[in-house]
Design a binder for this molecule. Structure first.
Ligand SMILES: Nc1ncnc2c1ncn2[C@@H]1O[C@H](COP(=O)(O)OP(=O)(O)O)[C@@H](O)[C@H]1O
Ligand SMILES: [Mg+2]
Length: 313
């Protein structure tokens, strides 16, 4: 595999190709019904009108969005990669921040994080490491990655004794805010200090919720945390949206969970719903977003639709 390329200090142009596996011809056009405005969508509500994203005259300052749910396996990392790639397709400059010591976001973009000399850990813990020299380019033009690895787990402990410990990530991101249009933070599955840092740095958060029976358990605790962060650390934090993931339109169970999610959260639930498909685990092996791996698939189309909703909100 190729060596990850730094994102700053070299001309943009041909994006670095970090893919691990050869790319198959994208032959499969998965069936996704195209829904018109007003038609009933998978959320059980009429689809709202979402305008086509406008062209941007310039870039920045970035809107910072944290992908957050303390439950694991709900699609945070998958949504970070694919929403990011779809936003980049719409001409937005995107930085993905891997804020989970597991480094799944980095791996999902073809970066082997344990081989890196510098990661987000160095940026937040060492004054000498700059964010510009740590950010890497990805296989998607205009989408960069601030990688992470297991070193980050030490930060959670070391930060406890720091002054302004909850604002460490916010300080670290400040130098590149004007360079990007969106910064997406992939949070770890906990509500610990790292996640609080992500929420303190964010303008909004997107909560992926899987369409499974127990998915709403724990959401009350999450909302409680958001309210505390809003009161004590970051008054501008808002819930940008709730994203239903792993939806299976064929099962009554999925439809029932979906109905409960809409009942509980109302309009902030995105009209876009991500179906359960094996194509997502495939993309992790491939080390690239579904928008590149299978550009015409239902999954790629769904994340493009989500990107349009995110831009419109
Ligand atoms: N819509 C989906 N359908 C099927 N599998 C999915 C979907 N989204 C994610 N996955 C898979 O589920 C697992 C957990 O997803 P991930 O995005 O890593 O969740 P999280 O970051 O919340 O832990 C991964 O193996 C991923 O490939
Ligand atoms: Mg994850």
């Amino acid at each position: 595999m190729s060596t990850p390329q730094p994102a700053f200090g070299r001309p943009r142009g041909e994006a670095a190709d970090l893919s691990l596996a050869p790319k198959p011809a994208d032959l499969s056009e998965e069936h996704v019904p195209h829904l018109a405005t007003g038609e009933i969508g998978p959320t059980g509500r009429p689809m709202r009108h979402v305008p086509e994203p406008s062209l941007l005259a310039g870039h920045g300052p970035a809107k910072v969005l944290a992908m957050c749910n303390q439950k694991g396996g709900v699609g945070k990392t998958t949504s970070t990669i694919n929403l990011g790639a779809a936003l980049a397709e719409y001409g937005r400059r995107v930085l993905l921040v891997d804020f989970d010591p597991q480094g799944a976001l980095s791996v999902g973009l073809g970066v082997q994080p344990h081989h890196l000399d510098r990661t987000i850990y160095n940026v937040i813990m060492e004054r000498s490491a700059t964010i510009e020299e740590t950010v890497l380019r990805t296989c998607v033009e205009d989408m960069d990655l601030l990688p992470s690895n297991i070193d980050l787990s030490a930060a959670e402990v070391q930060l406890v004794s720091e002054v302004g410990r909850e604002h460490t990530l916010q300080r670290a991101l400040r130098p590149v805010l004007d360079h990007y249009d969106y910064i997406l933070i992939d949070c770890q599955p906990s509500l610990g200090l790292l996640t609080v840092n992500a929420l303190a740095a964010a303008d909004g958060m997107i909560i992926p919720l899987e369409c499974e029976f127990f998915s709403l358990r724990g959401v009350a605790l999450l909302i409680d945390t958001i309210e505390k962060v809003r009161e004590r650390l970051n008054p501008r934090l808002e819930i940008s949206g709730i994203l239903a993931t792993m939806y299976d339109p064929r099962t009554l169970h999925s439809r029932e969970v979906m109905a409960r999610v809409v009942e509980a959260f109302g309009d902030i639930v995105y009209d876009t719903v991500i179906n359960r498909t094996v194509r997502f685990p495939e993309t992790t092996v491939a080390g690239e977003p579904i928008t590149r791996w299978a550009p015409r698939s239902g999954g790629a189309k769904a994340y493009r639709a989500l990107a349009r909703e995110v831009i419109a909100r």
